[in-house]
Design a protein around this ligand. Structure first.
Ligand SMILES: [Mg+2]
Ligand SMILES: [Zn+2]
Length: 219
């Protein structure tokens, strides 16, 4: 069990740590026909997020070689992330990245920016496979959204820590909608901030990780 004063900071990757969503970027650039169809079906509730991600990464794998290198080269991280990682270390908090995306893209992107060794919860894709090779982590179906969403990840990370450990969630989008509500405090950017505002869910908006440090320091 961690010390109670140590905070658990759970952070989404795509569109939060990365300045733009990696899969969205790669799809709009390399497989726009697939992207347009699938995103519409996600928002419309016709396909689950997992099914959309599975189809998107397979389409990309078929048409593009060396996706990790392209992602690491072309998708920037959000301003202030390096300083944030340093601050988390100094303050003695714990940072865990929880992503609905794929480890095989995220780890090279973090490594390219000099960030090895941050705990990462994500899914797996075999980028060399001709078919299949996409595996989503196990977990129960969420009773709220009907999908295997981040709610379970956040709840189980919390359950593994001291009961008084404060939990902060930092996110930007669709994949964070349920998970963020399991935290004590929500920092939101992008669509997530707008949706939480609309639904009257207390949160702290931010633009970059300098804002995040200031918000967490002020707490
Ligand atoms: Mg995101
Ligand atoms: Zn959910």
């Amino acid at each position: 069990m961690a010390e109670p004063s140590r905070e658990l900071i759970i952070c989404d990757f795509d569109g939060t740590i990365s300045a733009i969503d990696t899969i969205n970027y790669l799809c709009t650039r390399y497989t726009p026909d697939v992207f347009d169809e699938l995103e519409g079906r996600l928002i419309g509730g016709d396909l689950t997020l997992e099914e959309v991600l599975r189809r998107e990464i397979i389409a990309l794998r078929e048409r593009v070689d060396d996706l990790p290198a392209i992602a690491a080269r072309e998708v920037p991280l959000r301003e202030g992330f390096a300083e944030f990682v340093g601050w988390v270390d100094e303050a003695g908090h714990e940072l865990v990245i929880v992503s609905s995306g794929f480890r095989q893209l995220i780890e090279p992107m973090l490594a390219a920016a000099g960030h090895d060794g941050i705990t990462l919860v994500a899914n797996d894709v075999d980028l060399a496979a001709g078919s299949g090779g996409v595996s989503f982590r196990e977990g129960p179906t969420c009773t709220s959204c009907g999908q295997r969403c981040k709610r379970h990840d956040v709840a189980s990370l919390r359950a593994d820590r001291h009961p008084s450990t404060p939990v902060t969630f930092i996110g930007d989008g669709f994949s964070d909608l349920c998970g963020c509500r399991e935290a004590d405090r929500i920092l939101a950017v992008g669509n997530l901030a707008g949706w939480l505002q609309r639904d009257g869910v207390p949160h702290h908006p931010f633009e970059d990780f300098h804002d995040v440090i200031a918000l967490l320091q002020g707490a």
